[in-house]
Write a protein that binds this ligand. Sequence first.
Ligand code: HPA
Length: 242
Amino acid sequence: MSTHVGAGPGEIAPLVLMPGDPLRARWIAETFLDDARCYTEVRGMYGYTGTWRGHRVSVQGSGMGQPSLAIYAHELFSEYDVQRIIRVGSCGAMTESVAVRDIVIASGACTDSSMNRIRFEGLDYAPVADFGLLRAAYDAADRSGQGLAGDATVHVGLIYSSDSFYPARPELTRRLVEHGVLAVEMEASALYTIAAGFGRQALAVCTVSDHLVTGEQTTALEREQTFGSMVEIALTAGLAAG
Ligand code: HPA
């Protein structure tokens, strides 16, 4: 067992899906995995391992924000030999070209966090997704309209991993959009950086739960449905790129 994950050796699969919410981890395990078994309850941050179409898969909650995700990603890579982590989360659309219920696959993640500035001694490292996972996720989601995303539009592009859920700087949001940023969440930048440091694969796939420009929000039922397609996209990509 590592400091924050109560699993024994071999209890976590090489592919891990990582939602922020530990109750989403439980929901994914109960909804998608066969023979799912909970391997950790430390701090209520549940982790499960089961099988999906005969392949072992784990799902681990990360908590909200980059410092929390960094703890779980680091321990999964360093202590459990995890090979790839796919974040499955929600994001807020920052531009009108992205709509609620759309899916955003993050090719790279900007951030206002100081975590990478500290790690790289002031240099601005550019955290990017693993290309094999990214391509597999896009193929699974899109397939020219016949893919797992269904009616939802799939975007591939930059996102913004913010340290604040409640934005204090609307001007900054506008400037980021001018430079191609599509959506905001709070974890991907740390995930991409930590995976790169361990020479492993990472990807963030997000469904748009709310819109920063129009104020529109999804209902709980819509969130569950779009979250389900995203989980299938992540499972398909994670096994294809393995
Ligand atoms: N901000 C940050 N993280 C988010 C948001 C948001 O608006 N929506 C979903 N995750």
